[in-house]
Design a protein around this ligand. Sequence first.
Ligand code: NAD
Ligand code: UDX
Length: 464
Amino acid sequence: MKSISHICCIGAGYVGGPTMSVIAQKCPHITVTVVDINEKRIAAWNDENFDNLPIYEPGLADVVKEARGRNLFFTTEVDAAIDKADMIFISVNTPTKTYGKGKGMAADLKYIELCARQIARVSTTDKIVVEKSTLPVRTAETLTSILHNTGNGVHFEILSNPEFLAEGTAVQDLLNPDRILIGGDNTPEGQEAKDALTSVYANWIDRDRILQTNVWSSELSKLTANAFLAQRVSSINSISELCEETGADVNEVARAIGTDSRVGSKFLKASVGFGGSCFQKDILNLVYIAKSYGLDKVADYWEQVIIMNDHQKKRFAEKMIASMYNTVAGKKIVLFGWAFKKDTNDTRESAAIYVTDYLLDEQAEIVVYDPKVKEEQIYADLDYLNTRSEEENRRLVTVVSSPEEATKDAHAVAVLTEWDEFTTYNWETIYNNMLKPAFLFDGRKILDSSAMKEIGFKHFAIGE
Ligand code: NAD
Ligand code: UDX
């Protein structure tokens, strides 16, 4: 079996960075080089101060500290790393297309194609090329076509090895995954490549948790896994609205159904709506693929998960406005949390962005506090929406670094991310700081409702 001594990973983002750090930590005999065209990002991965790594993930700094400089390297020298490697992971971004055919739905594969062309141009020895990015089913066909038409005699074997880590728990998920999925051709060369990658993971993961499939099943399983997970959140969020109308409590309903072993207890936490870089993008992509095969009913079925999620974000903002006497113009509203979930500095598709957009339409004055998200990121997220000018976003939204400072003379506080520290605040002091009546909207249902009401808040929580 082919043994792997040099790995190159193209893309030093939320997946490439943590995944390669853990591979390097667990496989000291393999040299792992992570490359990216973003010089600032690579410089941050190489920063002497581990607090400055570009990605915040609990436990990640320690892993990088152990392996960096030993067998883990971050560099912008892409060509050299590609040529030296026996195995190349492609872990670049595959966002929703913002132009042309499939705009707003299909995955934009231009970065993937650029990687394939670069690998084809630079390689002088045989390589195993691994799709780590989430890709539409049958992308391996495109990669094969690009890589095998170079005429330089190099053999490329293509594998699909989607990543299932969730942000905020990336290191734990990588150390102890539910499964590793490896798809490849069922030819002798394909089998040899699958076994080579299996042996990398087998350095710390039991072989019975490493699943081998054909390449199309692997590609499709990743989109399907995200669609199923997101569907659970949209399902419980749909029930949260019904709970608010009927006096049922969504946590109680979730517990009641989650104890049925056929349903299971995870991923039933009602929220202001799911965010993150994956769910929406991957479901839209699934819908697009179904439509492109003429499977309109399949497409409609999955699209409903997104429709429900958009509704949840909007109805939370509308509930805030309606509770505050149907006007929030000029009112100071404090948002606790901007990240799309706790324990990450990632804000892609965060519900907070959309809730803010609705509130700004009503001329609210917004103050944001998040323990890990930088001010420049918050403004960049709002500017990206293109709803109003950059000047307006900076005039109407203030970002603060202390939660106490944020709540002074506020009309309302809304909890949009479930950061643990929010539950440890002295909410009585916050109440005393605020204008009365003091409104509290809990979009994550993390605060004790009866304690909040006892303090005096006009309190609303999702699904209650
Ligand atoms: P990211 O945007 O954080 O990182 C991608 C990196 O690739 C960027 O730093 C970018 O500069 C770099 N890049 C793009 N083109 C390049 C090129 N030609 N050469 C060198 N570098 C290049 O993205 P991410 O969140 O790490 O996601 C990567 C992929 O993994 C996506 O397909 C995503 O769907 C998938 N995925 C993400 C997660 C997650 O939680 N973020 C989980 C599972 C799978
Ligand atoms: C997701 C998948 O979980 C992961 O397997 C895949 O590899 C990448 O996409 P991620 O987006 O990082 O991971 O976070 P996840 O924990 O799935 O949360 C996504 C969104 O759903 C967050 O906004 C989260 O707050 C929300 N969510 C999740 C809920 O609202 N309720 C839940 O019960 C679970």
